[in-house]
Design a protein around this ligand. Sequence first.
Ligand code: ADP
Length: 567
Amino acid sequence: GDAVGAQRLTDGIHLVVDALKLNEVEAVYGVVGIPITDLARLAQASGIRYVGFRHESAAGHAAAAAGFLTRKPGICLTVSAPGFLNGLVALANATVNCFPMVQISGSSERHLVDLQRGDYEEMDQLAAARQFAKAAYRVHRAEDIGRGIARAIRTAVSGRPGGVYLDIPAAVLGEVIDADLGAASLWRVVDPAPRQVPEPAALDRAIELLANAQRPLVVLGKGAAYAQADEEIREFVERTGIPYLPMSMAKGLLPDDHPQSVASTRSLALRRADVVMLVGARLNWLLGHGDAPQWNPDVKFIQVDIASTELDSNQPIAAPLVGDVGSVMQALIDRTGPGRITPPAPWRDELAARSADNVGKMAKRLAAAETAHPMRFLGALQAVRDVLRDNPRAYVVNEGANALDLARNTIGMQVPRHRLDSGTWGVMGIGLGFAIAAAVESGDPVVAIEGDSAFGFSGMELETICRYDLPIVTVVLNNSGVYRGDAAASESGDPAPTALQARHDLMIAAFGGKGYRATTPDEVTAALREALALGKPALIDCVIDPADGTESGNIAHLNPKGITVQR
Ligand code: ADP
C-alpha cells in the first residue's frame, strides 16, 4: 500500500488481489471496464495471469472449464449490469454442470441502485445472480473482502461444486483502509473440498447387489472425471470386471478402447442391465431419467454422489453411496474380497456380440464417408481422429449438434479430463472459452471441434486466442447451416432460419492466426498435422456437404410435434 504520513494504506482493489493470491489463484478470465479495469491491471502486475476476452460469457465459460480441470474454482471478472449478465450465462452453466467457479463482478452505487435513481449500469445484481448460482454474496466493506472471497471459494468447491457470485460495488473497490487491518482481514481457505466418506451399511448393500447381479453395469459421469480419483476408479472397474459406460466427459478416465467399455453398445447395456452403479453421473435427460423402456423396468440403482439430494431424484436408489468418488471407490475396493463380484459370462458375451455388430455397421458408414465428395462429417472426423491418435495429450473441446454427436462417437479419448463439451444443458457457446482455459491451464495443445453454428457464439474469441498466442486449433465442420445447410430460401428471398454462410479460415487470418480451408479428408489431415506441429493459433474450415447432418442431431425427439412445418 501507499504510505500517507506514518500510516500505510490499502484499498479494496489491492485486497481483492491479495486475497486471490493468498488462495493461490493463478489465472483470472474476464473483460475489463468500469469499475474493474485497475483490478485486472493490478492482478496482472502481481503475477496472476489475466486473460482478457471479447465477451463475458466466453470468459465465464473459460473460468468454469478451469474449475473442472483443476478442482479449484475458476475466477471470472466482469463489469456491472450488462457485463455481469453476460457472465451469468456461464455461471449458470457451471452450476448446472457442477463445475466450481466464482464470478466476481463490479457493481454500481448501492444508494443509487436501491432507490432506482437510474445509476450508470444500474442493476440489483445480487438478486439477479441468486437464482442462477449455487450461492451469491455481496461485500459491503473493504474489511470484508477477504471473508467474501474465502466464502466464495469454499462454497464453489466443497460438496457439489458450482458457480458462486461475488458482488463488489465500485465504492468498496475504492475504499481505503489501514494496510495492517486489511492484511489481517484476509485468510486462506484450509482444505477447501474435504473428503466425504460413505456410510458402511450402504457400501455393504452396494456390494451385495453387484455380487448377485446377472447383468451389472457401471456408468461413469463427469463428476467421476472431476473427482480426480482415476486410480481408484480404474482399480475397481478392472478388479471386478464390470462393464462400464462412460458419459461424454468421462471418456478417457479409462482409455476408450478398454475391453470393458460398452460405449459401442450403449442402448443394449441400458436396456438389459439389472444392477447399475452410477458414479458421478445423474439420472437426468441424458440418461432418459432411468425410465423404461430405455431401461430395464426392474433395474436396481446404486448411486455414488457427493450431493445427497441427487439420490432418488428420478428412480429409487437401492444403495445410496453419498461421498466423494475417491473415498467411495477406495472403500468399495477395500471391502470387496477377491472374486466377490464377477459379472456372469453370458452378460459379457451378449455385450461383446452386439458390440462387434455395431462396430461393423459403423465401419461401413465410416468407409462410405471416407471417399464421399463433397466431404461428409464422418470423413472430416476420421481425419481428425487419426491425427489425434498420434497426439493423445491434446485436449478436445466439442460442441454443435451433428458435430457433437458424431465427434463424440468417432473420437476416442486416452487420457482423463481431456474432453470438454456442451455438457448437461447441451449448450452452444462454450467452445472457444473452454479451449482457451484448457490451453492456459495446461499449456498443452487443444483441438476445438465445432459445428459452424456453435462456433459463431464465441467466434470472436479467435482474437483472444491469437493475442495470447495459444496452441489452439479450431476445426469448424462447416455445412453452411444450423443442423444442415441445404434449406431453400423463403419466398421473400430471405435465407432459411437454419442457413449460415462463412469462410471461417479468413476470419482467423484477420487476427494473425493461420487459416486453412479443407475440402477433403486428406486436406483435413494435412492441415491439422501442420497446425499441431506449429503449436500456434489456427483454424481449419472444413467444407462439409450442406445436405449432411440431421435436424437437432440425436435429440430430434425433443422438438415439439404440432402441425408439420415445411422444411
Ligand atoms: P454426466 O453428465 O457426465 O452424466 P452429471 O453432471 O450429470 O454427469 O453428474 C455429475 C455428478 O457428480 C453430480 O451429481 C455431482 O453432484 C457429482 N459429483 C461432483 N463431484 C463429485 C465428487 N468429487 N464426488 C462425488 N460426486 C461428485
